[in-house]
Design a protein around this ligand. Structure first.
Ligand SMILES: C[S@@+](CC[C@H](N)C(=O)[O-])C[C@H]1O[C@@H](n2cnc3c(N)ncnc32)[C@H](O)[C@@H]1O
Length: 258
C-alpha cells in the first residue's frame, strides 16, 4: 500500500514539475501579453544605477538631442536639420569615442543607438558639454530601429565597435553580427557606404569575417580579403582599452556596399 501511494506521489510531483516548466517556457518566450515569441535580444538590460547627472541629462537634453524609438520612419535630413553624410553607431557604450568622432568631424551627421540608459545619459552630458550639433541619440534596440525606422540606403557608414562577444556557444544566437542582421545593415547603406566593425574577441572576429565575406551586398575593402588596419581616425573605446589590458588582439573589418 505504502509503495503504491509513493509511486503515485512521485508521478504527481513529476507531472506538476513538468507543468511548471511548461508554463515558465511559455512566459519566457512570450512578448508581454501578445502571445508572440520574444525576440532574442543582443543585449541584456542591466540598467545599473543612473547617476544624478545622467538623470538630469535626460530631463534637460533629451528634447534637444534625443530621437524617439517608435514605428515612424526617420528622415535623417529632418532629424539633423541639414543634408550631409550620415554615420550610424550601434552600441556606443558610454559614447566617449562617438562624441570624440562627432567633435572631430562637424561636417558629418552622427546617430548613436544604445540600449543601456546610463550610457545614453553619459553621452547626452558629453554632447551638451561639447555643444555638438551633429550628434543625435536613440535609447533603443538597434535591430528594431533598423527594421522599422531607418529607410534603406540612407547611411554612408555604420560602425559597431566591440559588440558584446557572447562567448558561450549556446549564446552565439545573441551576437549582433549574424547573417540576418548583416543583411539588414547592408540594406541601410548607400552604394559604396561602409560597414566598419572592430572586436578584440578572436573567434568573433573570424566569424564576422566569414559572415561579411558571404554577404552578397558587401565587398571587403582590404586587399587579400582579411582584416583592416586600424584606421587612425577611430578613437580607442572603453571596451577596447579593457581588451588591450587583457592582451587581446584588436581586429578591424572594413567592408563596402556594392
Ligand atoms: C561591449 S559594449 C561596447 C561598448 C562600446 N562600443 C565600447 O567599445 O566601449 C556593447 C554595447 O552594445 C550595446 N548593445 C548591444 N546590442 C544592442 C542593440 N541591439 N541595440 C543597441 N545597443 C546594443 C550594449 O548595451 C553595450 O553597451
Amino acid at each position: 500500500m505504502i509503495i503504491v501511494i509513493g509511486y503515485f506521489g512521485i508521478l504527481f510531483i513529476h507531472a506538476e514539475l513538468n507543468n511548471r516548466l511548461y508554463m515558465k517556457s511559455i512566459l519566457d518566450n512570450s512578448n508581454g501579453n501578445s502571445g508572440l515569441p520574444r525576440p532574442i535580444r543582443t543585449f541584456v538590460r542591466r540598467e545599473g544605477r543612473m547617476t544624478v547627472a545622467q538623470q538630469r541629462a535626460f530631463i534637460e537634453y533629451w528634447g534637444r538631442f534625443g530621437v524617439e524609438a517608435d514605428d515612424r520612419l526617420l528622415d535623417l535630413d529632418k532629424v539633423f536639420g541639414r543634408s550631409t553624410s550620415g554615420v550610424l553607431e550601434i552600441g556606443f557604450g558610454n559614447g566617449e569615442s562617438l562624441a570624440a568622432m562627432a567633435s572631430a568631424h562637424p561636417d558629418v551627421n552622427y546617430l548613436g543607438i544604445e540600449a543601456h540608459r546610463p550610457g545614453v545619459g553619459h553621452l547626452l552630458l558629453r554632447v551638451a558639454r561639447l555643444q555638438l550639433t551633429n550628434l543625435r541619440v536613440m535609447c533603443a534596440d538597434a535591430v528594431e530601429v533598423l527594421e522599422k525606422q531607418l529607410p534603406d540606403a540612407c547611411l554612408d557608414r555604420i560602425q559597431i565597435f566591440f559588440p558584446d562577444p557572447w562567448p558561450k556557444t549556446r549564446h552565439h544566437k545573441r551576437r549582433l553580427i549574424q547573417p540576418r542582421n548583416v543583411g539588414l545593415l547592408a540594406r541601410k547603406l548607400k552604394p559604396f557606404g561602409q560597414l566598419h566593425l572592430a572586436t578584440d574577441w578572436e573567434d568573433y572576429a573570424l566569424s564576422m569575417l566569414d559572415i561579411l565575406s558571404a554577404t552578397p551586398e558587401l565587398v571587403n575593402t582590404v586587399s587579400g580579403n582579411g582584416f583592416a588596419p586600424r584606421p587612425a581616425w577611430r578613437p580607442i573605446t572603453r571596451f577596447e582599452q579593457r581588451g588591450l589590458r587583457f592582451g587581446h588582439v584588436i581586429r578591424d573589418l572594413l567592408f563596402a556596399r556594392r
